[in-house]
Design a protein around this ligand. Structure first.
Ligand code: NM2
Ligand code: OGA
Ligand code: ZN
Length: 380
């Protein structure tokens, strides 16, 4: 990639470069901090060897040359010459980023509603576990939709952990490394009954929440017991478009959640129902009627409007136009991004048997494995 000759301004504190076909300004401090030379970054593992305190506060660029896609910069007062790839600078340019409103999501994700029904990509265990490209395609679905199905698993106890191990690690909790989901006498959680479960994210009373959940089916011959998934990010988008004030209330105030159903376990959290990052990125939704605790962090004057927004959020979650439903058969599982996609089940009746197993895992491992597969060039 080519770059035209750089321009220095502000006494060398700013460097203007045309990279990737567009002019971009970079700060000398930023460039110095991101220098790729072997005294700044370990060539072996890419980790930074210096700290911000090693970067002189009066850092400036006194000379800049572009040759064959390489930008050479001389930094003073260190008297250090560093070479940057123009392509790297183009990929990491930060000048003139368009403003984004509250609730935006990255381009790799795609929000969906009931129209996704019938189009959900499901991988087969055989492909996904034996072919790295097939694994990459399956993980991409999870990144895009926050949801995917896998079929063709052995209907054996514990195999769901193998699905997690394809890309990362099981997250063990007080429910165990994995847990059986079936109707029990004296259940310590309403999931262990034959009741219907309103669409929810799991374990919002944990902080951090498990960011992935896998539910696998061993038996499901009951009447009812269907699964439903809903894209919480799509619901948040709909809420914002019809009621921006309500969206604001749910994202600016914390709800509370608790699980206290087992002796010795007192899990409590204080987090918003719609979580935004400082730049307005939609980070997570939390929603679980069974474990919502008393909300005590909303100003008195906002509580009524908060409840109206909470109700509307729930109505949208329950709206049939948002739901994708299916009935798991033995040997099938689904995975959800538990910070985004809510899952529900319909109640089921006494005849026949229903036995699911669930486990938690985390998205960082999944996204890491996917990025590595992409870097290997196995997808496209
Ligand atoms: N179980 C199935 O978050 C929840 O409490 C939902 C979780 C008990 C691990 C159920
Ligand atoms: C759960 C749950 C759904 C089901 O265990 O977290 O939501 O289909 N179960 O039993
Ligand atoms: Zn659940």
């Amino acid at each position: 990639m080519n770059a035209t000759q750089p321009r220095l301004s502000d006494g060398g504190q700013i460097v203007e470069l045309v990279v990737g076909g567009r002019p971009h300004r970079f700060h000398a401090l930023w460039l110095r901090d991101n220098a790729p030379d072997e005294k700044t970054r370990s060539p072996g593992n890419g980790q930074r060897l210096i700290t911000i305190l090693d970067v002189p506060p009066d850092t400036r660029v006194t000379d800049a040359q572009v040759l064959d896609g390489t930008v050479s910069l001389r930094f003073e007062p260190e008297g250090k010459v560093v070479k940057f790839e123009a392509a790297w600078l183009a990929a990491h340019a930060y000048d003139r980023q368009p403003p984004r409103g509250a609730g935006w999501t990255p381009v790799e994700t795609e929000r969906w509603d009931s129209q996704l029904q019938g189009k959900v990509l499901s991988g087969t265990w055989q492909d996904v576990s034996s072919d790295r490209a097939a694994l990459g395609r399956w993980l991409r679905e999870v990144r895009r939709y926050g949801f995917a199905v896998m079929t063709g698993m052995p209907a054996e106890s514990g195999v769901l952990c193998k699905a997690a191990e394809l890309f990362g690690y099981v997250r063990e909790t007080n429910y165990g490394r994995w847990f059986d989901v079936r109707a029990e006498v004296n259940p310590n959680n309403l999931a262990y009954t034959n009741l219907g479960l309103q669409a929810h994210t799991d374990n919002p009373y944990r902080d951090p929440v498990p960011t992935l959940q896998i539910l696998a089916c061993l038996e499901n011959s009951v009447e009812g017991g269907e699964s439903i998934v809903v894209d919480g990010f799509k619901v948040a988008e709909r809420l914002k478009s019809e009621n921006p004030q309500g969206f604001d209330l749910l994202s600016r105030h914390c709800a509370r959640f608790a699980y206290e159903g087992t002796k010795g376990v007192r899990l409590r959290s204080k987090r918003p129902l719609i979580e935004l990052g400082p730049d307005g990125e939609l980070i997570a939704v939390r929603f679980n009627n069974r474990s919502a605790a008393a909300f005590t962090d909303i100003p008195f004057d906002d509580m009524e409007a908060f409840y109206a927004a909470y109700r509307r959020f729930a109505e949208l979650i329950e709206d049939a136009s948002m739901a994708v439903s299916f009935k798991l058969r033995p040997g099938e599982l689904f995975i959800v991004d538990n910070t985004r996609v809510l899952h529900a089940r319909r109640s089921f009746s006494g005849s026949g048997s229903r036995w699911l197993q669930g486990c938690y895992a985390d998205k960082d491992g999944l996204l890491s494995t996917l990025a590595a597969i992409e870097e290997e060039g196995l997808l496209q």
